[in-house]
Design a protein around this ligand. Sequence first.
Ligand code: KIV
Ligand code: ZN
Length: 514
Amino acid sequence: MTDQLLVFDTTLRDGEQSPGASMTCEEKVRIARALERLRVDVIEAGFPIASPDDFKAVKAVAEAITESRVCGLARALTKDIDRAAEALKSAKAARIHTFIATSPIHMREKLRMGADDVLANAVKAVQYARKFTDDVEFSAEDAGRSDPDFLCRVMEAVIAAGARTVNIPDTVGYSVPAQFGQLVASLMNRVPNADKAIFSVHCHNDLGLAVANSLAAVLQGARQVECTINGLGERAGNAALEEIVMAVRTRRDVFACDTGIQTAHIVTASRLVSTITGFAVQPNKAIVGANAFAHEAGIHQDGVIKNRETYEIMRAEDVGWSANRMVLGKHSGRNAFRARLAEIGVTLKDDAALNQAFERFKELADKKHEIFDEDLQALVSEGAILAVESVKLTSLEVASGTGTKPHARICLAWDGREQAAEAHGGGPVDAAFRAIEAVVGSGASLSLYAVNAITSGTDAQGEVTVRLEREGRIVNGHGADTDIVLASAKAYLNALNKLLVPDNRTHPQSPRAI
Ligand code: KIV
Ligand code: ZN
């Protein structure tokens, strides 16, 4: 008999905590829809008390999603739980996820609380959350470094208080597989009411072991894994959803369980998350990297041609490679455009949004022969950017070439009026950025500039990621265009637009966490 392994996706919460990965409400709903298409069991949509925008995003996801359970995070505080419950009110199926740290270092240094108080707060939080929903999850933050005896007491008490899922996070990515699996096994054996809850794991990747630790726990009976698309997350990230799902599926002989994930949508979801966050996927990343199914060495190619199983343990099409590369072009009409958007999981909010997106599609089709799914995602993202722009590009001209000093002239709509500036630079992109700063004067420093071709061919759109930093705040911006300099200017402006919005979010795990 195969057990079900529940997939709890936290791309929108823990993934978004990654510096520079913040997303707009509309972007979160778009990713939530892609997760729903994947048939993720639980979507952690955010931390509603963090800010009004976070609250709004969790609410919007709760309203949009019907097939997956929608979850909101809350510290073990009634005010957090109230806010989460309010944001989740309209969810078809809601979960409240409450947590408190249980490791000696976190209790002593961060919470400044004794173990008994931590336990009492955990129980109170679970009981309080149960007033709003039957589906309450409790996490013992930094369980990986907690005393197993204390963890047993906490787990027993929160299960008795009504937690249906108990989560063992390796918050700082300190665990190693054999030991982490052993921890989960011992908790499941020693906690007297362990059979009344699902044991879950949530692993961070600081030692590159997040997926291995999660799978070690699954082998010991954990039946929920918390993960993110592309392994997005703070520092080295969280366990990657696609890797866990495909490991369990490919090695059914080892894992006595399987997920309900529709794996053919994995690549689309991966691209969407990377386009929206601007976090590129490394080419050799398992499952979703551009080289994950590419065979270079002649001997491998020969083997694959004779029998693919000589070197391939999974089929590329099973995770969505090549399956959805149907192209649109200059002559494609609005219906084909709308249908393709729907197939890749994009629903625009009304006819006006569709018309605007279709206009941009036509402009792109004039410049580019074939339009791929990746182009469509970038195009829709660009529409979303426009909706929140406070500084907008009106025009950009650049001149560069042998023997000339690169020069840019830019015209921006900023501060309620059109403003122009010119600048020289080391190259056309540098000149364009300097011209933008001559108008806006943000004082930000550029800490990352990356260009990636969205598709192949010399007419491919370049997708540019720009990371800006100012006073400790980090934002990523992205832009796409067949003209790299224009894509770069769009990316820079996108990052600036994010930087110009004040950020007063509360981080769930900050030292002020209680
Ligand atoms: O890593 C962690 O401990 C968390 C908890 C809030 C579950 O993200
Ligand atoms: Zn985490």
